[in-house]
Design a protein around this ligand. Structure first.
Ligand code: CAA
Length: 379
C-alpha cells in the first residue's frame, strides 16, 4: 500500500477542508440545537461534487476513488457529522448501489440527478423489528405482474423526508427467506407512501431521520434493482462500502474533537501555565493522536481494498468498528480536556460526543461488525 496521497487526492482533501471550515462551522450549533436540516449546505455540497464523488462522470459524478471519498468525509465530519451522514448515504448506499447494479434506464433517470446533488436519496432497510437482523424483513413487495405492491414500515431512515428517491428493501417471497427479498426504487410522491414524524435524536440532529410507511404503494417492475431475489445481497453489498464512509465519518468526528482539544489546551491556563504543559493533558492528547492515526490507516486500507477491487467486507468492518470506538473515546476525552467549557455547546465537543455515538450503531452496530469480521476470518 502506497502511503503517499496523489496530487488529486490532496486537492480533494484541501477542497473539503476549505468547504467545511468556511461553510459548515457557522450555524452548526444552531442546526444541531434546532434540528435544522442543512439544506443550503447540502446544495453547495452537490455543486462542489461531494454528493456523487465516486460516480462516473458519464452519470454526472466526480469519477473519484474511495480514498478521496474517505478524505472528504473526514474533513466534513470534523465540523458537521449531520452533513456527512447525508453525504455518506447518498454516495455510498444510493449512488454506488445504483451505479453498480442499476439498469441503464435507472441510472439515466435517477443516478444522474443524485450524483450532482440535484436530488438526494435514502436507503430503507431497517424496520421496527429488523435492525441488526436484516433478513427478517416484514415489509412486503408482492409480485403483481408488472408491478410490486409495497406494504410495511421502515424506521430510522436518514434523509427520510428530504429524499426524492428511496431504495427500499422488502420481502417478496417469504418461503425463500433472504433470497426472496428485493430492492426497489420508490419515488417520494408515490401514492400510499407517507413519511412519519422526524426523530428527536441525541446526535446528528441536523440530519433528517424518519420512519416511512407504505400502504399499497405500486412500484413498477422496472424499478427493481437486479434480478428477482437479489435485494438482500444488494443491501449487504452497499452496506459493506457504506461502512467505509461511516468509518471515515467517525474518524472525522475524532479528529475534529482532537484538534479542538490541542488548540484549547494551549490557550487555557491552570496552575499558572497552559494546560498543555500538564502531563495529565499531554497523555490524553498522545492517546487521541495515536488512536486517530490508527483509525485513519484502517479507513485508508479499506478504501484502498475497494479501489483495488479486492474484498473489503472485512477491512471496512474493521475500520468502522475501530474508528467508531476512537470517535467515542476521543470525544469523551475532548470534553474532559475542556473541563466545564466542554459541557456547554459553544465549545463544540459536547456535540461531537453526542454525534460520535451513532457511528457505533448505524450501518451495523459494533457487534455486527465483529460478526462480519469473525466470519471472514473463520470462513
Ligand atoms: N456481500 C454479498 N453478499 C453477502 C454479504 C456481502 N458483504 N454479506 C452477506 N451476504 C449474503 C450471504 O452470502 C448470504 O447469501 P447466501 O445464503 O445466498 O449465500 C446472505 O447474504 C445472508 O447472509 P448471512 O447468512 O450471513 O446473514 P445473517 O442473517 O446471518 O446476517 C448480518 C448477516 C451481517 C448480521 C446482516 O444481517 C447485517 O449486516 N446486519 C446489519 C444490518 C445493517 O447494517 N443495518 C444498517 C441499516 S442502514 C443504515 O444504518 C443507513 C443509515 O441510516 C446511515
Amino acid at each position: 500500500m502506497n502511503f503517499q496521497l496523489t496530487e488529486e487526492q490532496l486537492a480533494v482533501q484541501a477542497a473539503a477542508r476549505e468547504f467545511a471550515q468556511s461553510e459548515l462551522w457557522a450555524g452548526v450549533i444552531e442546526r444541531d440545537e434546532h434540528q435544522k436540516f442543512p439544506a443550503e449546505q447540502v446544495k453547495k455540497m452537490g455543486e462542489l461534487g461531494f454528493m456523487g464523488m465516486m460516480v462516473s462522470p458519464e452519470y454526472g459524478g466526480g469519477g473519484m476513488d474511495t480514498v478521496s471519498y474517505v478524505l472528504a468525509m473526514e474533513e466534513i465530519s470534523k465540523v458537521d457529522a449531520s452533513c456527512s451522514v447525508i453525504m455518506s448515504v447518498n454516495n455510498s448506499l444510493v449512488c454506488w448501489g445504483l451505479e453498480k447494479y442499476g439498469t441503464e434506464e435507472q441510472k439515466q433517470k435517477y443516478l444522474t440527478k443524485l450524483a450532482t446533488g440535484e436530488i438526494i436519496g435514502a436507503f430503507a432497510l431497517s424496520e421496527p423489528e429488523a435492525g441488526s437482523d436484516a433478513t427478517s424483513q416484514s415489509t412486503t413487495a408482492e409480485d403483481k405482474g408488472d408491478y410490486y405492491l409495497l406494504n410495511g414500515t421502515k424506521n430510522w431512515i436518514t434523509n427520510g423526508s428530504t429524499a426524492s428517491v428511496y431504495l427500499v428493501i422488502a420481502q417478496t417471497d417469504p418461503a425463500k427467506k433472504h433470497r426472496g427479498i428485493n430492492a426497489l426504487i420508490v419515488e417520494r410522491d408515490s401514492p400510499g407512501f407517507v413519511v412519519g414524524p422526524k426523530e428527536n435524536k441525541l446526535g446528528i440532529r441536523g440530519s433528517d431521520t424518519h420512519s416511512l410507511m407504505f400502504t399499497d404503494v405500486k412500484v413498477p417492475k422496472e424499478n427493481r434493482i437486479g434480478e428477482d431475489g437479489f435485494g438482500f445481497k444488494f443491501a449487504m453489498q452497499v452496506l459493506a462500502g457504506g461502512r467505509i464512509g461511516i468509518a471515515a465519518q467517525a474518524l472525522g468526528i475524532a479528529s475534529g474533537a482532537y484538534e479542538l482539544s490541542v488548540k484549547y489546551s494551549k490557550e487555557r491556563k491552570a496552575f499558572g501555565v497552559p494546560i498543555s504543559q500538564h502531563q495529565a493533558i499531554q497523555f490524553k492528547l498522545a492517546d487521541m493522536a495515536t488512536n486517530i492515526d490508527a483509525a485513519r490507516l484502517l479507513c485508508l486500507q479499506a478504501a484502498h481494498d475497494k479501489d483495488a477491487h479486492q474484498d473489503y467486507a472485512k477491512s471496512g468492518a474493521m475500520a468502522k468498528l475501530f474508528a467508531s470506538k476512537v470517535a467515542m473515546d476521543t470525544a469523551v476525552e475532548a470534553v474532559q480536556v475542556h473541563g466545564g467549557y466542554g459541557f456547554v455547546k459553544e465549545f463544540h465537543v459536547e456535540r461531537m460526543m453526542r454525534d460520535a455515538k451513532i457511528t457505533q450503531i448505524y450501518e451495523g452496530t459494533s457487534e455486527i461488525q465483529k460478526i462480519v469480521i469473525s466470519r471472514e476470518i473463520l470462513k
